[in-house]
Unconditional design. Structure first.
Lengths: 512, 564
């Protein structure tokens, strides 16, 4: 079996190259011989065991003693017992409270330290409860402290290497947990023993054969480049199959990007964009479109009204009186009108724009002839929100003005949309109905993925719409239902998802 | 848009043959109709009619009539119409409208039919036809209400008057109790549904025959006796009441033509009014009231983009069931008895288009050269979006309607400048978005599971009250952005703002802001040339708590319309 050693980490490589079959491998060995720290050892062992290059042979617990901050303090100043002995030796007898006061020790510490000195026969309590030293030297069990503390300061003491006296001293002065009141902290370490496995040996041979030393360069640093160190070294190969870390990039919204694509497409077809306010009045939302004020789509259950202000201050003239007369008797549009009394208060009532055609109508008075216009605009409907209905949504609408536009150019326009915007292969036209166009045409398309569906509605604006707004040329009006295509494009099937607040969903979304 | 149920047997007998579903789908567009479904067990088609100005198509007979005309190039002919010139014999059948009716519902007209025994399909079709006419064309009985009665129980003349709602009484259909009109409004299901149409009037409409036998309380409910039409009946009286004479006459004509198509004989009724109507004080119904209409050939040809000959135009209209003649300049149309939707010559053009067949018009591309462009606001919005994306922000898109809780309570503001919807469908969509910040915070509140940091933004519209505008409101294009992470704070926000303004090429200054949405002393106003263009700050923990957000959050909002 060929073992791939290119992806080994330098810590693994150096270990494998260093050890021989049959040898016992421990962390301590790596620390001593390869100058690893304990973290390196743990990494190298876990990786190599996972790869099957090392096998565990044994594990043992070892006990160590480490200095606590109090231990370091005692190393510097002496233990309480030594300090008490020295004080009594140099300054004569003292009462215990005096000792505590002079040495700034706790009374309880003074008590127990004096106990040790008295028991060892180095001190005694004379009359008047005054302590005095009675030997020249502090007892061995007190002197030993200095030696042990000094030893422990350079490296933790291993229990098995201590003398009997040292062990007795340390055992009395250490704690496993909560050792702040003791000079030593007891630490139990598990030592694990490993040996090279069969495949570990293969790996070692492969490393030697490929002359991989573990000294190869890892990250290319500015220092390496500046010094030219790379010229004498080789580069460690990196694994190609490590899963990459996730990045969270800044991104445009994919539905927004689709709408932008539609806008750019329409621009490329010669259309100029229009836009307008979200709040409209009944005049522009319906009256100007020659929808009679009693039309069922203008019911309380179809349009959102404003609580305040309920009415616009005024409606633009001359359009108001022209539209009002057109409704009543046709004005000079050639129509007989709807034959009712136009309500001038109702027309000022404010609504949330319910159809994009409103902006088509509003564009008419200032439109160029010939002219092509479009808008992708937010509309509001009194609908129960579900997978196919939103409280607000985008409509794509527009108009074409020209002296020579007619039914055939309308059909041509629809065909162009079907091909350019929807990528449709087949187009079918059927008569439709919209209150503001006559004739009216629906265009159905065979979409490459969605099959047959209604792409949009269109028609030629009724003269009652155009003439009342001062336009004397025919105007083609069209609307495209692009949300279905947008959903397909984004791999969604619920309109509510287009406006989801869920950050993760929006982040992860990509277009088909 | 009305949807009707069509009984296969009746439909096929009127069509003279049966069609497969695929064939129906092929021919229905002529009537702007779509096959919505077919239930073979019940022998029912469900058909949707798209033209709200063609109530004549909302019945089995009316739809069949249009399809047969188109297929066979036949114009339906009816001989039971009186006109301004010729009044047919009503044979003593009279309906008298009393002066008192004017106070509540001025018009009532009627006619009778006989000669065919009603089967279940016809009865259901009658009920459906009436409902569609009354609901969709008669504005839920407000302007048209229709009643059908057993005419063999009626002693003419029939009387229509405005009656005292507390005195006039009868036993209504589907009940056994004798109730006054006012009691009916309170107790009968139809009274509860339609009583409001007349509730404010001093008198209520009341229809009875010459013996005092009650026909109905239009537009609410028939009587349980004369007004209970059943399968097996053969002699019927139709009465229509309402507010507009032309609409009533048209509805009567539609029903009469349907009945005639199904094999009934139509018996005219003379309707007498106590005041002058546009057709006199006496109108014999069915009455043909439509004026001829015409269309200039030039206009027709220019609109269709096709130089149709006179003969082609006449044939196209014939297939629509319309009789027409053509001279040098004009096409003259005799409007069918059951239609009244020719408001403008362009309405003739559409019938010519459908009759000629849409497939016979070759699509042409508009030839005018025009320049396409997006709005300045859109251009600027794209520039802003590019900057935000470059700064690592994810673009979001939100709904523009929200709840009081989202926009006001959670934001700890009073909302006095916000636009409120008077008739919200639910409290979730009661306010128009005044700011993008609540939308961004909603995102944060539902996205705690999404990997941090969160950097999101939207360029979108907001709207709020503004008394200087004609509408009392203003719609603005805003940029809003939000960052949530344990690392983000005031300093990072400052850097983002500085970067945005640098690339937008605007100098700005910051001023102190007192705003409950942000932590005091860690927020500010942004000003360009002395005008406030935005706000920013560390979102106040009280606001975060309301939203259930436990991650430090900063936010900023800029009015883009003030910057480009």
């Amino acid at each position: 079996m060929e073992i791939d050693v290119r992806n080994l980490h330098p810590l693994e490589i150096r270990l494998l190259r260093h050890v021989s079959p049959g040898e016992t491998i421990t962390a301590q060995r790596l620390i001593d011989e390869l100058d690893y720290n304990i973290g390196h050892c743990n990494q190298a062992f876990s990786w190599l065991v996972a790869k099957g290059f090392l096998e565990e042979t044994d594990r043992k617990f070892r006990t160590f003693f480490e200095l606590t901050p109090l231990g370091y303090q005692q190393l510097e100043n002496g233990t309480p017992a030594l300090r008490i002995f020295n004080l009594l030796k140099e300054s004569g007898p003292h009462s215990l409270p005096e000792i505590a006061d002079k040495l700034t020790l706790e009374k309880s510490d003074v008590g127990s330290a004096f106990g040790i000195l008295a028991k060892a026969g180095s001190c005694r309590m004379k009359e008047g409860n005054r302590a005095e030293a009675i030997t020249n030297e502090a007892p061995p069990e007190v002197l030993i402290a200095k030696v042990v503390l000094a030893k422990a300061a350079s490296a933790p003491l291993e229990e098995s290497l201590l003398t009997k006296e040292e062990r007795a001293f340390v055992a009395k002065n250490s704690k496993k947990r909560g050792a702040t009141a003791s000079p030593f902290k007891l630490i139990e370490r598990e030592e694990v023993f490993y040996k090279l496995s069969e495949s570990g040996l293969e790996a070692k041979k492969a490393l030697l054969k490929a002359n991989i030393t573990g000294e190869e360069l890892g990250a290319v640093t500015p220092a390496i480049l500046a010094s030219g160190a790379w010229k004498q070294a080789s580069f460690r190969p990196y694994s190609l199959n490590t899963p990459p870390a996730r990045l969270i990039p800044g991104r445009k919204n994919s539905y927004g990007a689709y709408l932008q694509w539609v806008k750019d497409k329409l621009c490329s077809l010669g259309f100029e964009e229009f836009d307008g306010p979200l709040v409209e009045n009944e005049f522009w939302n319906g009256d100007a479109l020659f929808m009679p004020q009693f039309h069922s789509a203008r019911d309380i259950h179809d349009v959102y009204y404003l609580k305040n202000p309920r009415h616009a201050k005024e409606i633009e003239e001359p359009f108001l009186h022209q539209v009002a007369q057109t409704h009543e008797n046709g004005w000079n549009t050639g129509s007989r009108g709807w034959q009712y009394t136009f309500d001038h208060e109702f027309t000022r009532r404010q609504v949330m724009r319910s159809q994009g055609t409103v902006l088509s109508a509003k564009t008419l008075p200032t439109a160029k002839v010939p002219g092509k216009y479009f808008g992708v605009v937010r509309c509001f409907r009194y609908d129960q929100v579900d997978a196919t209905h939103g409280a607000d949504f985008y409509q794509t609408e527009g108009i074409v003005l020209g002296h020579d536009v007619n039914l055939k150019t309308l059909l041509g326009l629809l065909k162009m949309f079907a091909e350019e915007v929807a990528g449709a292969e087949e187009v079918k036209y059927v008569p439709g109905y919209f209150p503001f166009t006559e004739p009216s045409i629906e265009v159905h398309i065979k979409h490459p993925q969605l099959g047959w569906f209604e792409l949009g509605g269109s028609g030629i604006f009724r003269p009652e719409v155009t003439k009342a707004l001062g336009i004397d040329v025919p105007v083609l009006a069209w609307g495209l239902g692009i949300d279905r295509m947008a959903l397909m494009h984004l791999g969604l099937n619920d309109l509510r998802e287009l406006f989801t607040p869920n950050i993760e969903n929006v982040r992860m979304r990509r277009s088909n | 848009m009305p949807k009707i149920e069509v009984h296969e047997k009746l439909f096929n007998s009127l069509l003279g043959k049966s069609y497969s579903n695929a064939q129906l789908e092929e021919i229905l567009p002529v009537a702007k109709a779509e096959l919505d479904g077919h239930d073979p067990d019940e022998s029912l088609y469900k058909i949707e009619l798209n033209d709200t100005n063609r109530p004549d198509l909302w019945s089995t007979a009316g739809l069949a009539r249009q399809l047969v005309s188109y297929r066979d190039k036949i114009i339906a002919q009816y001989d039971f119409f009186s006109t301004s010139e010729e009044t047919l014999d009503s044979d003593g059948r009279t309906l008298i409208v009393h002066e008192s009716a004017k106070l509540v519902r001025p018009y009532s007209i009627g006619f009778a039919v006989t000669g065919k025994v009603i089967d279940e399909e016809i009865l259901l079709d009658f009920i459906q036809g009436q409902e569609k006419l009354c609901n969709n064309f008669g504005r839920k009985r407000k302007t048209i209400a229709i009643g059908v009665y057993r005419s063999d129980l009626i002693t003419y003349p029939v009387h229509f008057e405005g009656a005292d709602p507390d005195k006039a009484h009868f036993v209504p259909l589907h009940m056994s109790e004798d109730l006054t009109l006012r009691e009916i409004c309170k107790k009968h299901p139809k009274g509860l549904e339609f009583g409001s149409i007349v509730a404010d009037s001093p008198v209520f409409p009341f229809l009875y025959d010459d013996t005092g036998a009650v026909l109905s309380f239009p537009p609410v409910i028939n009587s349980a006796h004369i007004g209970a039409v059943e399968v097996g009946d053969e002699h019927l009286f139709f009465e229509l009441s309402g507010t507009g004479l032309d609409d009533l006459l048209l509805a009567a004509s539609i029903i009469a033509c349907d009945c005639a198509d199904m094999g009934f004989t139509i018996l005219p009724v003379r309707c007498e009014f106590p005041f002058d109507t546009k057709y006199g004080r006496e109108i014999t119904v069915p009455y043909y009231f439509q004026d001829p209409v015409g269309c200039e050939l030039n206009f027709l040809r220019r609109t269709l983009g096709e130089n149709l000959t006179g003969e082609e135009i006449i044939l196209a209209l014939r297939r629509m069931g319309i009789f027409a003649v053509v001279d040098e300049k004009m096409v003259y149309v005799t409007v069918p008895e059951y239609r009244n939707d020719f408001l403008h010559p362009v309405d003739i053009v559409e019938d010519v288009m459908i009759g000629h067949g849409l497939e016979n018009f070759a699509p042409e591309l508009p030839s005018d050269a025009t320049v396409g462009r997006i709005t300045e606001a859109e251009t600027f919005a794209r520039k802003v979006k590019d900057i935000m994306v470059g700064l690592g922000y994810q673009e979001m898109m939100y709904n523009y309607l929200g709840s009081r809780r989202e926009y006001i309570e959670n934001m700890h503001v009073d909302g006095s400048e916000y636009i409120q919807i008077a008739n919200p469908m639910s409290e979730n969509y009661e306010y128009v978005r005044p700011s993008i910040i609540p939308s961004l915070l909603e995102s944060e509140s539902v996205s705690a599971h999404a990997a941090y940091p969160h950097h999101i933004f939207e360029v979108g519209k907001v709207a709020f009250l503004d008394s200087t505008d004609n509408s009392g409101t203003t719609t603005r294009n805003y940029l809003g952005f939000l960052s949530a992470s344990s690392e983000m704070g005031f300093n990072q926000l400052n850097s983002v703002i500085a970067t945005i303004f640098y690339y937008l090429n605007h100098e700005y200054v910051m001023e102190d802001l007192d705003d409950p949405r942000f932590i005091a002393g860690r927020c500010g106003k942004l000003l360009c040339n002395g005008v406030v263009v935005g706000v920013f700050g560390e979102v106040h923990p009280a606001v975060l708590e309301s939203w259930g957000i436990t991650m430090p959050t900063i936010s900023c909002e800029i009015d883009l319309d003030l910057l480009h």
